[in-house]
Design a protein. Structure first.
Length: 132
């Protein structure tokens, strides 16, 4: 379902990151993982970040807000989904950087994750508005 798709997973909880990575790999995706805002921004700015098709973003990374990562993804035109244990309230707190991004509330089923990513990378998808 996701063969040939490159996905960045930005998640600070090791077990959640492993579950997300396994589900995406099982669906055929190539997965890069970042556990901090700094690491995610480094990956996005480097060669490894080239050719990313989508991202899975936790909005709270070890207590640090991930809005800078969401902004960097938007600037690069990389669609992303929010994976959060806090629901829409946390997305709203992140502001315009996450507006319009689909939200999966933890815990979520791996099938829901794969289906949402498949929708994000579909050739006929509408890009998210940048809010500017």
């Amino acid at each position: 379902m996701l063969v040939g798709v490159r996905i960045l997973v930005v998640e600070d909880e090791a077990l959640v990151a492993l579950m997300v990575e396994d589900a995406l790999r099982d669906a055929g995706a190539e997965v890069l993982c970042a556990y901090t805002v700094e690491e995610a921004l480094r990956l996005l700015g480097g060669e490894e970040g080239a050719g990313l098709d989508a991202a899975v973003l936790d909005l709270s990374l070890a207590g640090e807000g991930a809005a800078p990562v969401a902004e960097a993804l938007r600037k690069r035109g990389i669609p992303f989904l929010i994976a959060t244990g806090y629901g829409d309230a946390q997305q709203n707190a992140a502001g315009g950087a996450t507006a319009g991004a689909p939200v999966l509330c933890k815990p979520f089923e791996p099938e829901a994750l794969v289906a949402t990513i498949a929708t994000l990378v579909a050739p006929d998808r509408q890009p998210l508005r940048t809010g500017t």
